[in-house]
Design a protein around this ligand. Structure first.
Ligand SMILES: [Zn+2]
Length: 262
C-alpha cells in the first residue's frame, strides 16, 4: 500500500488497484475529521456512540475530498454474519446519511453498477476489496474472526464467479490494515475454530493471524498469490493512525471503499 494525502486527510491505497483508472478506491485513517476523543478524528461510524451530526460532517468532508458525492457511498449494517449482498442501482446510497437506512444484515457487497461506492467500516477487522478488471465487477467485505470462520472472502468470490461469470484467476484482492498476530490475542474458544497454521503461541498466550487465514481462503478458491496484496500494518500497534477496537473499546471506525467510475 502507499499513502496519499488530500488536504489534512491521510488516505491509503493498494498498489494492485491503483493502476486501474476505471475504478476508484480508498482506505481512510483517523486524520482530518471533526470528532472529539475517543473518536478523533475522522470517525465514519454512526453506531459507535459518536455525535451523529459530527459523523455526517466527517463523511461529507471525506466525500468532497475524494470527489465522490456522499449519495454514492453505500453501507451495509455489518453484523458479522457473512452474507453477501449484490447491490443494484436501487440500493445506491443506503446508509450514507444514517445507519437506519444501511443494507440490513450484510457484511459484504458486490456490484457491477458504476457510480456506487461500496464501503465497509472497520477497526481491527480485515477489510477486503475485490476487483475483476475484465468483467468490471467490484466488491468489499470485512472479516473479523466470525466472518473469517464463515469464510466470507470465499462467499464474495462465489458471487463473482457464479453471479458475474468472473474467473478467480482474474480477481485482484486487497487486504487492508487490520489487527495483526502481534496483538490479536484470542481465547481457547476462538482459537479452536482455526487451523493451527493461523495461530501463534507466545508466553502462554494464543494469537490469531486473521490476514493469513483470509489470504489462504482466497488461494484455496484459485486466486493467484500475486493478485493478492496484504497490508501488514497492524491497526492495534498503529492506533494513532487507524481506529482499533482492541486498543480502546470505545473508538471510531475508518472506511474502506471501492467504486467503478461512472
Ligand atoms: Zn500489533
Amino acid at each position: 500500500m502507499f499513502e496519499g494525502r488530500i488536504d489534512d486527510i491521510s488516505l491509503w491505497f493498494f498498489e494492485n488497484l491503483a493502476g486501474h483508472e476505471e475504478i476508484f478506491h480508498f482506505v481512510s485513517t483517523r486524520s482530518g475529521g471533526f470528532s472529539s476523543p475517543p473518536y478523533d478524528s475522522l470517525n465514519l461510524g454512526f453506531h459507535v456512540g459518536d455525535e451523529p451530526e459530527v459523523v455526517l460532517k466527517n463523511r461529507k468532508k471525506l466525500a468532497s475530498a475524494l470527489g465522490v458525492p456522499l449519495e454514492s457511498f453505500t453501507f451495509a449494517e455489518q453484523v458479522h454474519d457473512g452474507r453477501v449482498m449484490v447491490v443494484g442501482e436501487e440500493l445506491k446510497g443506503r446508509g450514507a446519511f444514517g445507519r437506519d437506512t444501511a443494507i440490513k444484515a450484510a457484511d459484504a457487497m458486490v456490484t457491477d453498477v458504476p457510480g456506487i461506492c461500496l464501503t465497509v467500516l472497520v477497526a481491527d477487522c480485515v477489510p477486503l476489496l475485490f476487483y475483476h478488471p475484465e468483467k468490471k465487477v467490484v466488491g468489499v467485505a470485512h472479516a473479523g474472526w466470525r466472518g473469517t470462520v464463515r469464510c466470507i472472502a470465499q462467499s464474495v468470490l462465489r458471487v463473482f464467479v457464479e453471479g458475474f461469470g468472473c474467473s478467480p484467476e482474474g480477481i485482484l484482492v486487497g487486504l487492508g490494515p487490520s489487527i495483526g498476530p502481534c496483538c490479536y490475542e484470542v481465547g481457547p474458544d476462538v482459537a479452536s475454530l482455526f487451523d493451527g497454521r493461523f495461530l501463534k503461541f507466545r508466553g502462554g498466550k494464543t494469537y490469531l493471524d486473521l490476514r493469513e487465514a483470509n489470504r489462504a481462503q482466497l488461494m484455496e478458491m484459485g486466486v493467484p498469490e500475486e493478485k493478492v496484496e496484504v497490508a501488514r500494518t497492524c491497526t492495534c500497534c498503529n492506533h494513532k493512525f487507524f481506529f482499533s477496537a482492541r486498543r480502546s473499546p470505545r473508538t471510531g471506525r475508518f472506511g474502506v471503499g471501492i467504486m467503478l467510475r461512472p
